[in-house]
Design a protein. Sequence first.
Length: 340
Amino acid sequence: MNVAVGNHGERAGSKLRNWKQALLTMQVSDEQPDLVSRWLIMTRTAVTPMTLTSGLIGGLLASHAPDRNWLYFALALVGLWLAHASNNLTNDYFDLVNGVDTASAPRALYAPHPVLAGWLSRSQLMLAIVVLNLIGAAIMGILFIVRGWPVVAFAVAGLFISVFYVAPPLRLKHHGLGEPGVFIVWGPLMVCGTYYVTAGELPASIWFASIPYAILVTTVLFGKHIDKIAYDSARNVRTMPVILGEHRALLLNEAMMILFYVVTVGLVLTGVLGIWVLLVLAALPMLRRTLAQYSEPKPQTPPPGYPVWPLWYVSGAFVHTRRAGALLVLGLLLNAVLIR
């Protein structure tokens, strides 16, 4: 009995370690990972906090609205998570079908691809996408009943950009429009949409308040596309960094990181955001380290223990976004609690 209990404990501990590794690195050490680990990796849950942060920003901005409803806010967060998971699976499906993702592609190297890793068939991947979208549609239906047609407008706009990011005939990513699409989705659509669902109204100032975090998330995608310039160029995937070239793309991404602070301070000075949002300035040391990474050539081999090789520039942008985004949320929370 004690041996059985010990073996059960070891298996449980192994699963927890796998889940932690999947959440932090989108990798797992076990050759046969459990279903939860596979799901966390396939949906790239490691980057889901960016989506939840957009939703939290919208909810916290609505904290003083007279008709705020936190149940509707919670439903919106679940809907955003489902939409992000579906978006990642959709990208994998269409990039595979269109021949962009192969066994040697960066996508299949920094994390297992659902189909190329043998975890799902193409039809099973499409089924997962459909199921996630059906659940999301049900949540949209509930929120439409209580908040009206703008809920549908936000959801359909987000779905349109999500699907046609890689799907024909538009393939936004292939024409330098993927980056602006991400700016729109993770800023105005997610932040303003969550605000509207929570508050039942949408002041013009909230559109401006959605801009800082939209900039941050865009820097992450920009960094990823800089890392993939050579691969994308060879396949005629003309992301914005491919169009600009590596040097100008690096400079632009650095400028966007700095712009986040300029815009945020400007919104505080104009009264759009409360004073506690200036806590984001505590992320300036992280910004300095990220800019230093961008000023140095990409190493030829990964540093010891580096988890997402061959990606490089995206990691600095992601860590900076995680730090600055968390401070932005904390500042908004303090505004909600301390400012009446």
